[in-house]
Write a new protein. Structure first.
Length: 391
């Protein structure tokens, strides 16, 4: 031990700089250990350990491998089985039962990361996400060293009981070692993660996510206390979630008109529903870009975004089972005009000028080039199959 160690120890104590004081105490213990005074070294370490200060504590501004993530305040509708698992995790963390490692697995866009943000909000904990860009290194063996440093930094967090750590898409560094093209390098990285989880402070709660669970290392899977499957969405779940998301957007942007029956009929056209995150984007765009002065304009936009079709094709809408009133809402064309147009379509069926997709072939391009309210449907009705007259 040198004089500067004693001076630093006194100075840090006077300044109430607890992390620096502890670090200096460990430096002194290491010096005694190196000089052969093992008993004194162990005594100092025991004193620090009894003070719950075995290692110097890491503060937010000292983090290298983590970035702080804001908790989510948006609603997150989930299927009942997944919701029960998430609530169970919250209960286990609150009870401090030593269950602190969880894995969320499932296809992209199923709500894994968003669920972690919700958990952090409910528990009122700061959420820190591992920054894999600072860990993965092209140099041989460096990734392994970075992972070891990551867990060292993680175990040094100040107030670990007040944080939640997210390993988002942990498969970036933890795929199955036996299926990797570079067995040695992947083996080193995964082994470092296994060791890090084994020595993890029980006060720290870790949640990892993966889209590639079938390629996940089996030994690492066993390190987690619970694995939650986010692929448990039925078609009915997807529809209920879509309705919930839409209602939230309508309330948020103060749009009063709602037509749940029509919205469900649009959803029924989908053989495979978009994942929840993709559905959220579609519905947000439909609501944000709609014309509030046109009743149900957002529904027409939802139809076009989900079906890649056009609401200007009245005949197709009719074939898809929409009523005249529903076609009016989707297309913006009045009921009387829709009825006349559909009547003409039926009258001209089988003539020498067949209608293609509900639109005369000769004028199909012009119809899409003009607004629907520019079509003189009165003339259409009068002249029938002869020709379409444009003003």
């Amino acid at each position: 031990m040198k004089k500067k160690n004693v001076i630093n120890l006194i100075r840090y104590y006077a300044e109430k700089n607890d992390p620096a004081f502890r670090e200096e105490a460990y430096e002194i213990a290491r010096d005694f250990d190196a000089s052969g005074d093992f008993q004194l070294s162990e005594y100092i370490m025991a004193l620090m350990s009894s003070a719950n200060a075995f290692v110097p504590q890491m503060h937010e501004d000292q983090m290298t491998f983590f970035r702080k993530v804001a908790p989510s305040h948006d609603s997150l509708p989930l299927p009942t089985p997944i919701e029960k698992d998430v609530i169970g995790i919250i209960n286990a963390i609150q009870r401090n039962m030593g269950i602190n490692k969880f894995l969320f697995q499932g296809a992209p866009g199923t709500g894994k990361t968003e669920s972690v943000r919700q958990i952090a909000r409910i528990l009122e904990r700061d959420l820190f996400c591992v920054d894999f860009d600072t860990i993965i290194d092209s140099k041989l063996g460096q990734t392994q060293k970075n992972i070891a440093a990551l867990f060292d930094e993680l175990n040094h967090f100040a107030h670990p009981e007040k944080i939640l750590v997210l390993f988002d898409e942990i498969d970036a560094i933890a795929l199955d070692r036996t299926n990797s093209h570079d067995l040695r390098e992947m083996g080193r990285a995964t082994s470092a993660i296994l060791k890090g989880f084994d020595n993890l402070n029980e006060q720290i709660t870790v949640i990892a996510t993966t889209n590639l669970f079938k390629h996940f290392d089996k030994a690492l899977s066993r390190r987690f206390d619970l694995i939650v499957d986010f692929n448990r969405y039925t078609q009915e779940d997807m529809q209920e979630i879509a309705e919930s998301i839409l209602n939230n957007f309508l309330s948020k942007y103060k749009i009063g008109y709602r037509n749940t029956r029509l919205f469900r009929k649009i959803l029924d056209l989908q053989k495979k529903m978009p994942c929840p995150s993709e559905m959220k984007k579609i519905l947000r765009n439909a609501v944000c870009f709609c014309d509030e002065t046109i009743t149900g304009d957002y529904l027409g936009r939802v139809y076009e975004l989900l079906t890649d079709g056009t609401t200007g094709n009245l005949h197709r809408l009719h074939e898809q089972g929409f009523t005249v009133r529903e076609i009016e809402i989707l297309s913006g064309v009045s009921k009387s005009q829709v009825a006349r147009f559909l009547n003409i379509s039926q009258q001209t069926a089988g003539t020498s000028k067949p209608y293609k997709n509900g639109i005369p072939q000769r004028n199909q391009r012009n119809l899409y080039a003009k607004r629907l309210d520019e079509i003189n449907l009165a003339e259409v009705y009068k002249k029938g199959e002869e020709e379409i007259v444009w003003r």
